[in-house]
Design a binder for this molecule. Structure first.
Ligand code: 5GP
Ligand code: MN
Length: 326
């Protein structure tokens, strides 16, 4: 829970800063990029020198956002304040975290698994997205909601709620979306650009994954070996949100996508409906996230990791009373 004292401290910290470094998580999604840019542009409008950073490149589909081209993997110079957004644990900053010579000053996040790794932590698990949290707090922090800021924040809000349909979407979420629209963000355009429209190669990646799709014991899972990624022509690093397609399977209690990485690791995404908690499974594999959506990166071959993860997920479903024949 954020206290008024936390907000006063955050406001004072930002007011005193002149060069601010903002960092979001590796393999960035719409909330990562949207909250990074939204907060960064709001700070800049308040007269701060701001550098926005991510260890991985901005996915093509978020390039429409103002200043997306400015996001850098190599922030240069000295900073008197480091703010971290949508990052569930220190390690999720990747190389940027490893290069930091100090504890982050301020963390804004909404992940239940966040240990609070900043000097000051504003973590609201009830927020459907970090962008929602940032939008809500702008007035408390003395920052203005301009049209470009609203466009970035609505992108984070729309993508993390999958278009206002996740269990975390609340009346408050919709109220904040309304404020962002009132500030000039275009919902239908953002929905199309960030969530609905895909590149041909991204859909070809889905085709590769869907050709390796399985359903057993209430678990639907798809595999993306390196050769499948190559065959699709998809240049991005993630699964192009294939997980959302797998999660649409009615017969599945849990959906999983396994993405083989070039470094000998496998990136795993889990999704589930209400009543289950895949973050608890992800934690067992060194990852984290939210009860309905979590991820981890595990060393091993695709086959080994698939076997281990399916066994643990199945055991968890059994413990939750989901029968094996579903
Ligand atoms: P995704 O499956 O889309 O990569 O991630 C789902 C959720 O889990 C996101 O909120 C993401 O931040 C979190 N997440 C994904 N991978 C990891 C990980 O390796 N460690 C932690 N702590 N969280 C993760
Ligand atoms: Mn998020």
């Amino acid at each position: 829970m954020t206290t008024p004292a936390d907000l006063t401290a955050a406001r004072a910290l930002l007011a005193a800063a002149s060069r601010v470094l903002l960092i979001t998580h590796v393999n960035p999604d719409g909330d990562a990029i949207g909250s990074l840019l939204g907060f960064g542009l709001a700070l800049r409008a308040a007269g701060k020198a701001v550098v926005m950073a991510c260890a991985d490149p901005v996915p093509d589909l978020f390039r429409y956002l103002p200043s997306a081209g400015e996001i850098t993997a190599k922030p240069a110079g000295a900073f008197d304040c480091v703010v971290v957004l949508d990052v569930s644990e220190f390690a999720r900053m990747g190389a940027l975290g490893a290069a930091l010579d100090r504890q982050p000053d301020l963390v804004f996040d909404h992940h239940v698994t966040n240990p609070g790794f900043g000097a000051l932590n504003i973590i609201e698990v009830a927020a459907a997205s970090t962008a929602e949290l940032v939008a809500e707090l702008l007035p408390d922090l003395g920052l203005a909601l301009s049209q470009p800021v609203a466009e970035c924040l609505l992108t984070g809000l729309v993508t993390d709620t999958l278009g206002f349909r996740t269990s975390g979407t609340t009346i408050k979420t919709l109220g904040i979306a309304q404020q962002l629209m009132a500030a000039g963000a275009k919902l239908n355009t953002i929905y199309d650009l960030a969530l609905f429209k895909r590149s041909y190669s991204a859909v070809r990646l889905w085709a590769q994954g869907l050709a390796r799709l399985h359903l057993k014991h209430g678990i639907a899972w798809a595999l993306l070996p390196l050769e499948a990624r190559k065959a699709s022509g998809f240049q991005g690093i993630g699964d192009a949100d294939l997980i959302n397609v797998v999660a649409s399977i009615r017969e599945a209690e849990v959906a999983i996508v396994f993405v083989e990485q070039a470094d000998g690791k496998v990136k795993i995404s889990w999704r589930c409906g209400p009543g289950l908690n895949v973050a608890a499974i992800a934690i067992e594999f060194g990852g984290g996230g939210h009860a309905p959506a979590a991820g981890a990166e595990v060393a091993g071959t695709l086959e080994e990791v698939e076997k281990r993860v399916l066994a643990v997920t199945r055991a968890r479903l059994k413990a939750n009373g989901v029968p094996a024949e579903t």
